[in-house]
Design a binder for this molecule. Structure first.
Ligand SMILES: [Zn+2]
Length: 521
């Protein structure tokens, strides 16, 4: 019954169109969906019906009697060749490169099934999807050619002014209208704004190279910026497409007509189509604590040799990635400590960016990740406040990284006994400016600069039974080199603990005790 209704709707719509124009479009091999969208037939209509074909439209023109519903099957038959505008895209036909065969999925449900099977094969766990469609530029050129042809012929007629010049539906939108509801049913979720993307990339190497050579002749032989394109891929096409699009857009109508053959040649090969689905990066954020002086923040390898026993990045990510079933990860942290510096106190904010996650972790999954990391055998690293966070966390962390204050505890040795005046001197200094030249130890990888940094406050904690060793607690602006602030780096950091106390000072151990950043609390 539904089919009968579909047929009635298509029939009524088709017969409301000017017959001579409809006939004209059919005679130059424009497909049913392209005809409907050129006339701006509203979105609610027949795009998703598998019955909307050129053979049906043609038969409606010949015979205005509604065909009996049991004979509707015959209208799904294929005609040789593909649409001269969309090159088969809206006929749901495509060339399958992997299997080297032409797919004529005239039925919307078959086409949608192909996509839903891919999503299921890859085991995506989804709560929605959004469709992304990429089309070869030749389709825009074809459409422009047909529209100019129609304008020349029917430009003065009322319906042309009203319908053809009014907002029409693009090939992309028409394809979405055709397949979205079937996809929603098959996937069991709604389409909309989603981090899960289904991408359909259409290419037509043959037609596109023809367009390129047309473009080439427009450029009077200057081919310096037109790449030759044998392989048609998403990446390679965007740049040369932009060049061609600019040229096409700059053409006057009459110039365009001179360049393009009309009516267009018959198309016997549809576009090739690549299906791909992926999820936009998801982020898991929190704070980490590092209890080892032999674990680096990121995996650190020099000349094939690993520095330290492990890295924070690997310990955390190796527990996150399997649960999210992602392809890859990136580790971001708010600053870093040296390999021999522990990260204590509240911990350091970090984010793991997971690419193409098949699964978005639930709160139970997050707990499991925390459990695994915090109860590992070595206990080099622990995490706290672990959460699934939005992508804005990345920006907040980057901003916070530069602005925020850091707190440290340093074990310091000085060349003479510590006295009470020293304690006074140190604790009386508030928001003191210091100048730091790039430390000698990092000069090989950082450019030589002089930076101003602020030491917000300091406090000395005496160590019982020792007069030349003490713990220095200090709070500084992010980006301060603490080791250099203690020993002075041969005068490259000034003032330093050594210069303030008028003696030699060395740093033996350093711990980060707090990294202030509200968002990650
Ligand atoms: Zn078409």
């Amino acid at each position: 019954m539904a089919e009968e209704e579909e047929l009635m709707t298509i029939r009524a719509t088709a017969l409301s169109l000017p017959h001579n124009a409809l006939n004209d479009l059919l005679s130059v091999a424009v497909c049913g969906r392209c005809i409907f969208r050129l006339f701006g037939i509203p979105a609610s209509s027949s795009y998703s019906s598998s019955l909307l074909s050129t053979s049906l439209l043609r038969s409606l023109l010949l015979d205005e009697e509604p065909p009996a519903s049991d004979s509707s099957q015959q209208y799904q038959g294929q005609e040789p060749g593909f649409c001269s505008i969309c090159l088969g895209v809206l006929q749901l036909a495509y060339y399958n490169r992997e299997q080297d065969k032409c797919e004529n999925k005239t039925l919307v449900c078959d086409f949608a099934l192909e996509i839903s099977q891919l999503v299921k094969r890859e085991e995506y766990n989804i709560d929605g999807f959004s469709l992304e469609i990429s089309l070869p530029l030749i389709i825009s050129a074809n459409e422009k050619a047909i529209r100019l042809y129609m304008k020349k012929k029917y430009g003065s007629e009322g319906w042309f002014q009203e319908k053809f010049l009014a907002e029409h539906i693009s090939v992309k939108d028409a394809l979405k209208l055709s397949i979205t509801s079937s996809l929603e049913t098959l996937l069991g979720v709604k389409s909309g704004v989603s981090s899960f993307r289904i991408r359909l990339t259409y290419c037509h190497a043959k037609a596109s190279s023809k367009l390129q050579s047309t473009n080439h002749s427009l450029d009077n032989g200057d081919d310096s910026h037109v790449q030759s394109r044998t392989e048609c891929t998403e990446e390679s096409s965007s740049e040369s497409d932009a060049v061609i699009r600019r040229t096409l857009d700059s053409l006057q109508d009459h110039e365009f007509c001179e360049r393009f053959i009309f009516p267009p040649e018959k198309v016997y090969e549809p576009c090739s189509l690549t299906f791909r689905c992926y999820r936009m990066p998801i982020y898991i954020g929190g704070r980490y604590l590092k209890y080892s002086r032999n674990v680096s923040q990121t995996c650190w390898i020099i000349d094939d040799e690993r520095m330290g026993e492990a890295s924070v990045e690997e310990i955390i990510s190796s527990n996150v990635l399997p649960i999210c079933k992602g392809d890859n990860f990136k580790f971001h942290a708010a600053g870093r400590e040296d390999i021999d510096v522990r990260m204590l106190g509240s911990g350091r904010p970090f984010l793991v960016e997971i690419q193409n996650a098949r699964h978005i972790p639930t709160s139970a999954d997050i707990e499991e990740i925390v459990d695994k990391i915090n109860n590992s055998k070595d206990k080099f690293v622990m995490v706290r406040n672990l959460n699934l966070v939005g992508s804005k966390a990345w920006t907040l962390m980057r901003e916070g990284e530069a602005e925020k204050q850091k707190q440290y505890a340093a074990l310091v040795w000085i060349s003479r006994p510590l006295n009470d005046k020293d304690l006074q001197t140190i604790s009386s200094l508030k928001d003191m400016d210091i100048l730091q030249k790039t430390p000698i130890r990092v000069l090989h990888r950082r450019s030589p600069l002089e930076r101003k940094r602020i030491i917000h406050w300091m406090m000395v904690e005496k160590i019982a039974g020792s007069c030349q060793y003490f713990l220095l607690h200090l709070c500084t602006q992010a980006g301060t080199y603490i080791k250099e602030f203690v020993h002075g780096d041969l005068g490259r950091t000034h003032p330093s603990i050594g210069s303030l106390l008028g003696c030699k000072a060395e740093i033996l151990q350093l711990d980060v005790t707090d990294v202030k950043m509200d968002y990650f609390n």
